[in-house]
Design a protein around this ligand. Sequence first.
Ligand code: FAD
Length: 404
Amino acid sequence: MARWREFLPQVPAYALARNGVGREHGAVSRLSGAIRFGVLTPEELVGEAVRAHGFVRVEKWVQELCWRDYWQSWLRVRPGVWTAWRRRVRRLEMVGDAGMLARAEAVAAGRSGVAVMDGFARELRETGYLHNHARMWWAAFWVHAEQLPWELGAAFFFRELRDADPASNTLSWRWVAGLQTPGKHYLARRRNLEQWCAPELIADDAGLERLEGESAAGVAEDAVKDLERVALPDDLTAWDGDAGRMGIWMHPDDCCLERSPLAGAKPVAVAACFPVPCGEMYGLSALRVAAVRTVLDDGLGRAAEHFGCGVERLEAEEVAGALREWAVRERLDVVAAMRPATGPVADALPAIGRELEAAGVRLRFLQRPWKAALQGYATAGFFPFWKRASGWLAGGAAGLLTEC
Ligand SMILES: Cc1cc2nc3c(=O)[nH]c(=O)nc-3n(C[C@H](O)[C@H](O)[C@H](O)COP(=O)(O)OP(=O)(O)OC[C@H]3O[C@@H](n4cnc5c(N)ncnc54)[C@H](O)[C@@H]3O)c2cc1C
């Protein structure tokens, strides 16, 4: 909230200033770590920005904010792209060429020999954050200059970024590699870095010549089955007061229950679960694991105040079993949750559904009306999406804009 209050007066300047990369990142919001976990929601940030400045003056920032919803909507109907990425990472890590794996490790450790890129790799490891432009350059360097598999680069970001988001990360890497928008890829060019980097970032120009005249690496196309679209479940956008003892399961995809469609519910208990093995399975950095624990505790604290019921954070080897034990202990008839986005939380849903069903507990999901509306506009590429979404937003977003 403190960062948002500081950034709000600057939102109109964002469109012109956002591409510059320095050490402080003052021209961008640095709010992704909060937005990704739903600690701050787009509907309240957009609401306050529009109220303070009017839609037209903040449109660029709002458009960037909506990229996350667009990417999540895209991946939600094509979850095979997420599972294919995970499969491929495991395979490369197990049977990938030893020379390639050693080079990937060196580049990720900041030992590529291109000083500016090595600085970005160190910044990412030390802070868990990188500016968007630096993410683009670094990913392009990995894929096109180093010719390393994009999947391993995305896995490195996924481990280290405090805002790591399955959709924004996987699909941005695919975009840089030229897979997301066929025929289009992104290259890191020396001229571009010299234009947008603060002088101190490129004072050491070692290796910069490698970014001159670079051409795109030929990245293999996806197997068609991974791009197949799935039908979406029909989630509630408001709680219907389902009878019986109700508990809420809070997860890292939405840590803001008190400002969600569940706000009016009367739970007897709220639980959040940190899946211990998930941290190990993805090799998450200590910073990343701490960030997830922090947002879960923060969300539980606000939920306790709002709902006035018992809350607990379950540290479990296995989420499904832990939720079942909790539901049985609390004698619940129904567990409600916000619908998770495609990613590690959603991957656990089949097991969670089975465990709760075996205990005679119903599991029900809700979707934020904001997400449901934007999902409806995300039927093709980003620009058709934005044409429809920006019209909706400029017209007041059907009364959904709120404040923090
Ligand atoms: C290779 C690559 C990997 C990325 N991985 C992630 C990731 O794992 N998690 C993540 O949150 N973002 C990711 N992004 C998108 C973007 O870089 C970050 O959201 C942004 O840099 C976060 O910084 P900020 O909060 O200061 O952004 P600002 O510039 O202030 O933007 C405001 C908000 O808009 C959203 N946003 C901005 N740009 C994008 C974008 N290109 N795509 C999606 N949402 C955007 C974020 O919620 C961000 O907090 C990735 C981009 C690239 C090129």
